[in-house]
Design a protein around this ligand. Structure first.
Ligand code: MTE
Length: 763
């Protein structure tokens, strides 16, 4: 039974227990590695590990001679096009001539068991000839830098031009300029990437895998096998976390398994080791952000000039969409009359980078929210006052000159976070100079354009198929993926209220691409909003047809019929939803319907002006830290997280989203750093790549502001990523407040703090 509290509405807004909780905690949930098929073989990849090299030969003779090895699959075995680029066609599935980073795989070894496949993969010899490599995006932009692709390393440029930047800086009483750097961040989902490809008797293939974007996988597999899309069916298995890392990378692993299965005409499973995942999955883009902000004495921002250089790694993957988002949002959530932003996507010989919760924004947020604090301090103003003064509100315009007309909860997030955190008193507090533990409090605010926006891939629609059975039970197929965020649960709630059927009678399935049309990716916090609206569309169609039957049965005009809490009718004339479903079945009335939702058109011209996203979500985090000046250790003590979510669909899943996001922010701010040496990753596991653990969870207070979005399901906006965005810089600002140390680079490790203090920096 689902747990409901007594909110006045139906299922929406209630604390419905996660519909997948039982299966997950009891171990019944089947992840891709739990599945097996008759005749299935196992695979492993051959990674020569070069950062940049010509590939001369792949010698598989030793591997093929090993007992239990069935094949060593190379580029020559790809029957279709050897290409898995998501946006640009720059990424071969299995390179045949040139290796561009240490995650490039040149062969797939297929064997009776995983152990044999891995042993044989180690026995495959790749003959290579080293080419000069480049490991820094800023350096890669310089003339004469080694070229990762023949057309040059800078493959992408976005600009935003608003007002007149020179006049803006002339009008300023103060100008602050700094350059900030952020590093790779690994998604660190619990379940590594994995895929199974099963050749079908009709000539097609079915793919099972852990993923966020089944339709990307479908396209990639169809491309490499040279098959029509209709012959590639992709079924998303229970997915143990994605955080953006399962947007592009699953296309590669699924396509590898598919080519191997195709060659051998047998099911093939390929599961990454954690090390494979570190080497091959896309990371958060390292960015170098130069930010110049001008303000008048009263704290009004007059101009912002920003330069963003994003390290895309060896292939562009999702960089075009991620860097667009970084460019459009680079000013932060402020109305600034004069803006000049340049953002670049640059190839290097490093790991590929793509989507990571926040999608290119946490890096620029670190810059803009640090600078805002510096400006406030230089003017002797309170950082929250300065944010309130310049912050976006209804009637104000963004950097792309978009007029905001509804659902702008930023000011309220600032006010509530200030109040609940006790900001004013704590900000004024100064501990004793003799105390080695310094306490600080800092703030960060953000806005986030929900869904893909103007420079997303062309498609921004999502579907759902809703089937009401004759006993009143409901099964819903969707095109968006549950990866841990609680999607199946909130969609059950939306469907329940949209159809008037009890939550217990509804079941929402993971994606099967053969049932629902291409619904785009489950990224950019778009899934709940888009799929939720598609479900409402399907439910409206069903209410119309089923309502006709109810009207005839009850003698009530259709316009008066309501569907609510499992009953259909008007006043005291109603029947159970299940009874109506049986009656429809008896009368041969179709009780299945397709729903669809397409996002409103967004715009972004060549000067970066336009309505870049349909709607924005807003958040403010206040972080409190204790810095031990003897060791440099920073303890995150408390976070107050205020989010404008449009409408609360389920308070429990929402709180879970925020709490997880707070920890990801702590990881970005304080611990997570992927250390590399040329092509080698020196931290390819969780004993060397340091994540926050349960021991590091601070006290977290979540505050939700409901400023409904007129096109959102019941007014809701996407919030899946916003919790992972304002926290890192709030921590950095709190460290400054505690110690006087302004860090321009993340993560701020204990070592970095200790060394800075030893240098005599800080107070
Ligand atoms: N929460 C959990 N537990 N696991 C995840 O993989 N992914 C995040 C976020 N929250 C993720 C998560 C990312 S990257 C996105 S885009 C959103 O969930 C998707 O949520 P939505 O349903 O609002 O689109």
């Amino acid at each position: 039974m689902h747990d409901r509290d007594d909110r006045e509405m139906g299922a929406v807004g209630s604390r419905l227990v996660r519909v997948d909780a039982d299966a997950k905690v009891t171990g019944r949930a089947l992840y891709v590695d739990d599945l097996t098929f008759p005749g299935m073989l196992e695979a492993a990849l051959v990674l020569p590990g070069c950062a940049h090299a010509r590939l001369l030969k792949v010698d598989a003779s030793d591997a093929l001679a090993m007992a239990g090895v069935h094949a060593v699959v190379t580029a020559d075995d790809v029957p279709g096009e050897n290409q898995v680029g998501v946006v640009d066609r720059d990424q071969p599935l299995l390179p045949s001539e040139r290796i561009r980073y240490s995650g490039d795989a040149v062969a797939v070894v297929v064997a009776e068991t995983r152990a044999i496949a891995r042993e044989a993969a180690a026995a495959v010899r790749a003959e290579t000839e080293e080419i000069p490599a480049v490991f820094d995006a800023v350096r890669a932009m310089e003339p004469g830098a080694p070229k990762v692709h023949d057309d040059g390393n800078v493959f992408l440029e976005y600009r935003v031009r608003k007002g007149n930047i020179d006049e803006g800086f002339e009008a300023a009483d103060i100008i602050v300029e700094r350059t900030f750097r952020t590093h790779h961040q690994e998604h660190s989902y619990l379940e590594p990437l994995g895929a199974i490809a099963v050749p079908e008797e009709h000539g097609g293939v079915t793919i099972y895998g852990t993923m966020q974007c089944p339709y990307y996988v479908q396209k990639a597999v169809a491309t490499v096998l040279g098959l029509p899309l209709a012959h590639v069916r992709v079924i998303q298995t229970v997915t143990g976390g994605g955080f953006g890392g399962k947007e592009d990378s699953p296309s590669e692993i699924c396509a590898c398994a598919a080519v191997a299965a195709w060659k051998l005409r047998r099911p093939v499973k390929l599961i990454y080791t954690r090390e494979d995942d570190f080497y091959r999955s896309s990371k958060r883009h390292p960015m170098t952000v130069t930010y110049k902000l001008g303000a008048t004495r009263d704290g009004t921002f007059t101009a912002a000039q920003i330069r963003v250089v994003a390290d895309a790694g060896a292939y562009s993957t999702l960089t075009p969409v991620v860097v667009f988002r970084a460019a459009a949002h680079a000013t932060g959530p402020y109305e600034i009359p004069n803006v000049h932003t340049d953002a670049y996507g640059v190839y290097t010989n490093r790991q590929t980078t793509g989507a990571f919760r926040g999608f290119g924004q946490p890096q620029t947020i670190f810059a803009n929210e640090s600078i805002v604090d510096e400006v406030a301090e230089a003017l002797g103003l309170d950082p929250i006052d300065v944010r309130l003064k310049n912050g976006l509100a209804v009637g104000k315009r963004t950097a792309t000159n978009q007029l905001l007309t509804e659902s702008v909860g930023l000011p309220e997030t600032l006010r509530q976070a200030r109040e609940a955190s006790g900001w004013d008193a704590k900000r004024a507090e100064r501990g004793a100079d003799s105390d080695p533990i310094k306490r600080g409090i800092g703030v960060g605010s953000i806005y986030y354009g929900v869904s893909l926006g103007a420079k997303g891939l062309a498609l921004d629609g999502s579907g759902a198929h809703m089937n009401v059975y004759r006993d009143g039970s409901v099964r819903i197929a969707i095109g968006g993926t549950e990866m841990g965020q609680g999607l199946l649960t909130v969609l059950t709630q939306i469907a329940s209220d949209a159809l008037g059927a009890p939550t217990e009678s509804i079941h929402v399935d993971h994606v099967d691409t053969s049932v629902v049309p291409d619904s785009g990716p489950s990224v950019a916090s778009r899934t709940t909003l888009m799929t939720g609206n598609a479900i409402i569309d399907a439910a409206e169609k069903l209410r119309a047809t089923m309502g006709e039957v109810a009207s005839e049965l009850l003698g009530v005009p259709t316009g008066e019929i309501t569907f609510r809490d499992g009953r259909v009718g008007a006043g005291d004339r109603s029947i159970a939803f299940a009874e109506l479903a049986a009656e429809c079945w008896a009368r041969n009335v179709n009780t299945a319907a397709d729903g669809w939702y397409a996002a409103p058109l967004s715009t972004f011209d060549e000067d970066g002006q336009g309505d870049a996203y349909a709607i924005y979500s807003y958040a403010t985090h206040v972080a409190e830290v204790e810095v031990d000046t003897r060791t440099g250790h920073v303890r995150l003590v408390r976070v107050t997280a205020a989010h404008d979510v449009g409408k609360i669909l389920n308070p429990t899943t929402l709180e879970g989203q925020v709490e997880g996001g707070v920890l990801q922010c702590a990881g970005m701010a304080l611990y997570e750093r992927m250390i590399t040496d040329g092509g080698d990753i020196l931290t390819p596991d969780f004993s060397t790549y340091i994540l926050p653990t349960a021991m590091d969870v601070p006290e977290i207070e979540t505050l939700f502001i409901e400023e409904p979005y007129s096109r959102g399901p019941f007014g809701a906006k996407g919030i899946g990523e916003t919790p992972a965005m304002p926290g890192a810089v709030a921590i950095a600002n709190a460290i400054y407040h505690a110690t006087g140390l302004r860090f321009l680079e993340l993560p701020i490790t204990a070592e970095a703090v200790r060394l800075a203090l030893a240098d005599g920096r800080g107070r």
